[in-house]
Design a protein around this ligand. Structure first.
Ligand SMILES: [Zn+2]
Length: 124
């Protein structure tokens, strides 16, 4: 899809967590595109054992931002509000995922990878 749109450069890549189905193609992206930043959870030292994203970023000279939660990132006119769990969950690594509320003007999206019960709590 990126190739069809003629994209050659990526301002940044956000990895929700390090499992293969979310981060498994990171190296392919770093090979194919010029990437400026890689955003990772600074509180997840569990799921990134499956994909060593920091080592890949270093290999491809990509700047790494480890998110702490609570950031409001300026993403070219959109604001990415970052939410992270308070502590690492070693029983279910999916629950360590980065959650981002992306707001552009009056429109906002949530991107998350929590199980439904958990994500529902976020909005109660
Ligand atoms: Zn996962």
């Amino acid at each position: 899809m990126l190739q069809k749109k003629g994209v050659k450069e990526l301002e940044g890549i956000f990895l929700s967590h390090g499992h293969k189905d979310h981060a498994g193609n990171l190296e392919m992206l770093l090979q194919e595109y010029s990437v400026k930043k890689l955003y990772l959870s600074g509180k997840d030292d569990a799921s990134y054992k499956k994909t060593d994203a920091k080592a890949l970023a270093k290999e491809y000279d990509v700047s790494v931002t480890e998110l702490a939660g609570g950031e409001n990132l300026d993403l070219g006119g959109a604001i990415g509000e970052i939410w992270l769990p308070d502590k690492t969950n070693y029983e279910n690594e999916n629950n360590n995922s980065v959650v981002m509320r992306l707001a552009y003007g009056k429109t906002a999206w949530y991107r998350f990878y929590f199980r439904w019960k958990r994500s529902k709590c976020l909005f109660d």
